[in-house]
Design a protein around this ligand. Structure first.
Ligand SMILES: [Zn+2]
Length: 357
């Protein structure tokens, strides 16, 4: 399959992979990740090619799945699709087929993207060809106006018309990981350098009512706001950055964070800190399960980092959200409500229009 994307000897392929990784780091290493995501892959850059010995497993994905991710990414690169499009395509294939070239599916769906001959996607034998299937996906994606400014879910839904569009978003971290790996977009430490989130620089971590405020008279040491989102709601990174803390914090520690806490168990529960440009830190507490990110990982704005729960010092499911200016300490916390409003991502159940931002 990879040979359909790129030909050449093994020696040439290995050389290309190394050149690709080095070039990618130069391209992204100067903090220009978000901008680079919206521009086409540099002309003349190699398509994604398997290293000598073939693709190796990545995370939960076996070599065959990684190979399909490389095919999808390679087709996108060859067509000059910006990197954000590769991530959307891989996320859709994860949702539709778990990155498997399925011979069939519901109705007359076929292949990696579960495209349907009856819906004009192509003949069955064409849709079983991952290169063709990926090309058709990109053909339609590129006809969607402003797709690069959309969330992954909205862009994917414009192409796929799925009955379950919300399911796409949860694959964004894995799709980012896979694209970064096959495209060699990692820095010398192995950390991902992709930063291909949607739209503006800041977004709401959840859309939910503010149920408790910052340092109120009743709770003068409450260094964040409580957002009353339901258990299981995805939590998004408020801005691009690097995950600096992933931890279970509860007293007594023996209580653990995989079960609900209570007002009698101090601590943030499962929580994440993200460091952003300018020394800003955001904190997300009381997650239901171990967060979906790891320390040292780069995250895009809007990337899902975990889900709402009630671990730690919590009387019921909600997201406790903090913003710190300069460091992680309590004294550096600032009221997230005005801060987020000033960054065009106002908190609340029905945030006011941000069109004036
Ligand atoms: Zn709180």
């Amino acid at each position: 399959m990879i040979r359909k994307v790129i030909g050449g000897s093994i020696a040439a392929v290995v050389g290309l992979v190394i050149a690709c990784a080095a070039g990618a780091f130069l391209l992204f290493g100067a903090g220009g990740g978000a901008a680079a995501c919206t521009t086409a892959w540099p002309s003349g850059a190699p398509a994604m090619s398997a290293p000598a010995g073939g693709w190796r497993p990545v995370g939960r994905f076996d070599a065959q799945q990684v190979g399909f991710a490389a095919t999808i990414t390679g087709v996108g690169a060859q067509r000059g699709v910006p990197i954000r499009g590769w991530i959307i395509a891989v996320a859709v294939a994860l949702q539709e087929s778990d990155l498997r070239n399925l011979p069939g599916g519901p109705d007359d769906s076929i292949g990696l993207f579960q495209q349907r001959p009856s819906q004009g996607w192509g003949a069955p034998e064409q849709l079983r060809d991952p290169v063709y299937a990926a090309g058709k996906f990109y053909d339609r994606l590129l006809t969607v106006a402003n797709w690069q400014q959309m969330t992954l879910t909205d862009a994917a839904q414009q192409v796929q018309h799925s009955a379950f569009p919300d399911a796409y978003a949860k694959h964004e971290p894995d799709a980012t990981l896979l694209v970064s790996t096959v495209a060699g977009l990692v820095d010398p430490s192995g950390a991902l350098v992709l930063n291909c989130g949607a739209a503006g620089p800041w977004t709401q971590p959840v859309i939910a009512p503010i149920v408790s405020g910052f340092r109120t008279a009743d709770r003068p040491t409450h260094n964040g706001v409580d957002l009353g989102a339901a258990r299981g709601t995805p939590i998004k990174a408020a801005a691009a950055g690097v995950v600096t803390v992933v931890r279970c914090n509860i007293v007594p520690a023996s209580h653990g964070c995989d079960v609900d806490g209570s007002p009698a168990t101090p601590g943030c529960g499962w929580y994440v800190d993200i460091g952003h440009a300018g020394g800003v830190v955001t904190r997300y507490c009381h997650m239901l399960t171990r967060p979906a990110v790891n320390e040292g990982q780069s995250v895009a704005v809007g990337q899902i980092i975990g889900i709402v729960g009630s671990s730690g010092h919590s009387s019921g499911p909600h997201l406790h959200f903090e913003v710190h200016l300069g460091d992680h300490s309590s004294s550096s916390a600032t009221d997230p409500v005005p801060y987020m409003a000033a960054h065009c991502a106002p908190l609340g159940e029905r945030p006011p229009s941000v069109s004036s931002c």
